[in-house]
Design a protein around this ligand. Structure first.
Ligand code: NOJ
Length: 533
């Protein structure tokens, strides 16, 4: 029995042509925080370009780059003023083309964010809508309505914004416009043919440049119910949560028409894909987004929201698999992203959180389907408590300070050195402050440390790409000691996770990889292993 990875040279089992995304490992690049190439303290395309070899060596298959389009940055790029250009803070189109070419040369696919649900208030369409006035075709691209009450001074319905406060803002001529997110993000009306035509133009613009696919923002939000009725009052807007039935803002049946249009464009190009950000927890409702003429993948956020308990994790896995069962799609696993506390922190932080995050990495990467890593997962980055004056998320401002927002999980990635900014920038400041004490967390420090979480990720990704044990999309649960999870993949991989609080015996077989020390024949608590029996 050995705890070392068995990465003997063998041809990759990974799909390289049609369906390449079915078992791909995507790496989410939160562009502001990944790497800064021009010294201004904000990550950019040049910084990413310089780090492509790092990502190739890490062993991921594809990138998802968060929005890098011209934006006033009210929501850090998810407020898009022009979806067919590059924000100067991040670079320019030639820089993007160079990045794409270099990534492809390194064997990395590149997917980018598509933000169809809303534009920036600085988008030329919204400016034109404000100028044109009520009843105009310019206003018909958005959701302008008269208010309620005798003088129209009440919002048209009771919807709250996801970021806090009402989802409606009044303009000087008395009408109101809908914004499910910040007031600087007016929602588009997808019943207007121009809106969907423009989305198609955006897709073709980037597909013609050679991108491999899209991550679709708020993919469950583009259709609104006729008449915009009140929703069930919800005291806590729950930020990015799924509220299920009664929340009229999301998951309306009409959204599937938009997905069919998106898919039709993708299908004009070979081997391109889209993954949807679909905050819909009901398995059957989620499955609707994965019909043969809709999305190829939908994030399943159940792992991202599950507690570190065997029951919660098993439930998350069972439901994620049930949601894709009967659809052409594989499951799509997410542990962290730029909207939620990082899993090191969710799992308890410190040494405990890191130990669990190591185990979670082996769990996530053992599951059949596609996996999304968030930049810094491979370094075991935790959230950082920021002082009030450093906070920038619109959630912090819109909630009047009641919610701290998402900045804590968006700290720039530490690359090297022993002091902030840890090689993230050649400048001195970073857009969010980086803490002291991260010398051991940097990519450089971890590269030379065999037991580091980065080494674990590299070994895991190499095995996943090369071992036939990972073949097939089936999963069978195995009997396991109390408080443990164990399953077998079609190809023979067994994954055992110990959440029991006490060591359990390592089963018979050849250990491919373990997230902790199994040399004594025992699997310690909060530790996972891969083996073939
Ligand atoms: C989901 C994105 O992940 C989040 O960061 C953004 O604030 C909202 N959509 C609005 O675009």
């Amino acid at each position: 029995m050995t705890a070392e990875p068995t990465t003997a040279a063998r041809p990759s089992t990974r799909r390289s042509g049609p369906g390449w995304w079915r078992d791909a490992v995507f790496y989410q690049v939160y562009i502001r925080s990944f790497a800064d190439g021009n010294g201004d303290g904000v990550g950019d395309l040049a910084g990413l370009r310089a780090r492509l070899p790092y990502l190739r060596d890490l062993g991921v298959d594809a990138l998802w780059i968060t929005p890098f389009y011209p934006s006033p940055m009210a929501d850090h790029g998810y407020d898009v003023a022009d979806p067919r250009d590059v924000e100067p803070l991040f670079g320019n189109l030639p820089e993007f083309d160079a990045l794409l070419a270099e990534a492809h040369d390194l064997g990395l696919r590149v997917t980018i964010d598509l933000v169809p649900n809303h534009t920036s208030h600085q988008h030329e369409w919204f400016r034109a809508a404000l100028a044109a006035g009520p009843g105009s075709p310019e206003r018909a691209r958005y959701l302008f309505r008269d208010g309620r009450g005798p003088d129209g001074s009440e919002p048209p319905n009771n919807w709250p914004s996801v970021f806090g406060g009402p989802a409606w803002t009044r303009v000087p001529d008395g009408q109101w416009y809908l914004h499910i997110f910040a007031p600087e993000q007016p929602d588009l009306d997808f019943t207007d043919p121009e809106v969907v035509a423009d989305l198609e133009a955006t897709m073709r613009f980037w597909l013609d440049r050679g991108v491999d696919g899209f991550r679709i923002d708020v993919a469950h939000g583009m259709a609104k119910p006729a008449g915009l009725p009140d929703m069930l009052p919800m005291e806590d807007t729950g930020l990015l949560d799924d509220h299920g039935p009664g929340d009229e803002r999301f998951d309306q049946d009409g959204v599937h028409d938009v997905h069919r249009r998106i898919r039709a464009v993708l299908d004009e190009y070979p081997d391109r894909m889209a993954v949807g950000e679909v905050w819909v927890s009901d398995d059957d409702r989620l499955a609707l987004y994965l019909r043969p003429d809709e999305l190829q993948l939908a994030f399943n956020f159940k792992l991202l929201t599950a507690e570190w308990t065997p029951a919660a994790l098993r439930d998350a896995i069972v439901h994620s698999l049930a949601a894709v069962d009967g659809t052409p799609a594989p499951a799509c696993w997410v542990l962290s992203n730029h909207d939620r506390p990082r899993h090191v922190t969710r799992y308890g932080g410190g040494e405990l959180g890191t130990r669990r995050a190591r185990a979670a990495a082996l769990l996530q990467l053992a599951l059949p389907g596609a996996a999304y890593l968030y930049n810094g997962d491979e370094l075991g980055m935790p959230d950082v408590d920021l002082p009030d004056e450093a906070l920038q998320d619109p959630i912090w401002f819109r909630s009047g300070g009641a919610e701290r927002g998402r900045d804590a999980c968006r700290i720039p990635v530490p690359w090297s050195g022993s002091e902030p900014p840890y090689g993230f920038t050649t400048g001195t400041g970073t857009w969010l402050p980086m803490p002291e004490g991260w010398a051991e967390l940097t990519a450089e420090a971890q590269e030379s440390r065999p037991g580091s979480i980065q080494s674990l990720y590299r070994a895991a990704l190499a095995l996943r790409a090369s071992s036939p044990a990972f073949e097939g999309e089936g999963l069978a649960w195995l009997p396991s000691p109390d408080g443990c999870l164990a399953f077998r993949r079609d190809g023979g991989l067994v994954c055992l996770v110990n959440l029991s609080g006490a060591a359990v015996p390592v089963p018979e077989g050849t250990v491919l990889l373990a997230s902790g020390d199994v040399s004594g024949g025992q699997l310690p608590p909060d530790t996972a292993l891969w083996l073939v029996a």
